[in-house]
Ligand binder design. Sequence first.
Ligand code: FES
Ligand code: FES
Length: 152
Amino acid sequence: MKLTVNGTEHEVDFEDDMPLLWVLRDELNIKGVKYGCGVAQCGACTVHIDGEAVRSCQTAAADVWGAVTTIEGLGTPDAMHAVQAAWVDHQVAQCGYCQSGQMMQAAALLAANPAPTDADIDDAMNGNLCRCGTYPRIRAAVKTAATKLQEV
Ligand code: FES
Ligand code: FES
């Protein structure tokens, strides 16, 4: 089956019920996407499919309906996505494990809602857990990214 990830088309072979997360990490060696709970409860495995934030641990690779983007494809070190730049500005990451999923969720939120309220941010980010407790910095970074995106 063909899978487009971060703009590159891959021919991959997998069982029908293989989660997208395993295909990304084990077949394609894309390690920015993380395994946390494996049961759609933590958000560490969040990627985009056609811009929509999905939990790749609970999405069968065979059901993927569009292009996949992981944190590696959101921006580059020379041309960071506004969310990535805001994460750096606010020094959001602590251990970092949850943060690729957090940024993918935040980027999908801002694509759908360019001026989110605090409640919108809390709602959208609610399913992304951070055992290090970086939530206040995440909220601040989402607001900074929203402002930056509106200036563009
Ligand atoms: S690993 Fe997918 S939501 Fe936790
Ligand atoms: S930064 Fe450590 S789990 Fe979120």
